[in-house]
Structures are given as C-alpha cells and as structure tokens.
Write a new protein. Sequence first.
Length: 103
Amino acid sequence: MNSEVLILYSRKGCCLCQTLEKKLSRICLDNLNPSIELTIVDIDSKTVSLDIQMKYTNEVPVIVLDSTRLLKKIELPRVSPRLKEDMLLSWIQKNLNILYKKV
C-alpha cells in the first residue's frame, strides 16, 4: 500500500464531484512521484467525522493529500472542473512538487 493517499471528499448528486471522481479514477496516479492511492469519501457518510463534515460540506469536491511522508493532511487548491485528464494529472504532480519542495 502506498504511504500517500489522495482523498476526494465528494457527495452523491453533485455534478462537479461526479465529474472529478470519474477523471481521477481514469488517470494513473501510480505515474506520479511519489505514487498515490485514490480514496473517495462521501462527505455525508456516517463514518466521516463531524469536524470534516462541517469543514467541507459546502465546499465539495475537495481534494486532500494524506501524507505519511509529510506526517499530515493537506488540502489542495480547488481544481478547475475544465481540466482534462492529462492536465489534471499535471496539476496534481505540480502540487506534489510544491509540497515536497521539488520545484
């Protein structure tokens, strides 16, 4: 299992969430450096903490990097829904580079 996880906080019935979920599911996150595993979390699920629900309920879709390497969870900037899959992959890598200071 990868130590880095990209969490997509999403909601059923949210068009932007569904579009981003499809794009993220189709791109190969293993090609990133470091490779990342995708986890999709329904913000309305009973398993989601109240703190997370309150923080993101009006903001979904939200992408968060859960990094064991950095020992914290980091909310990534809001992604444009217009990005095609290849550009989304580049956007994620750019954000990883910034976080890991590889730029």
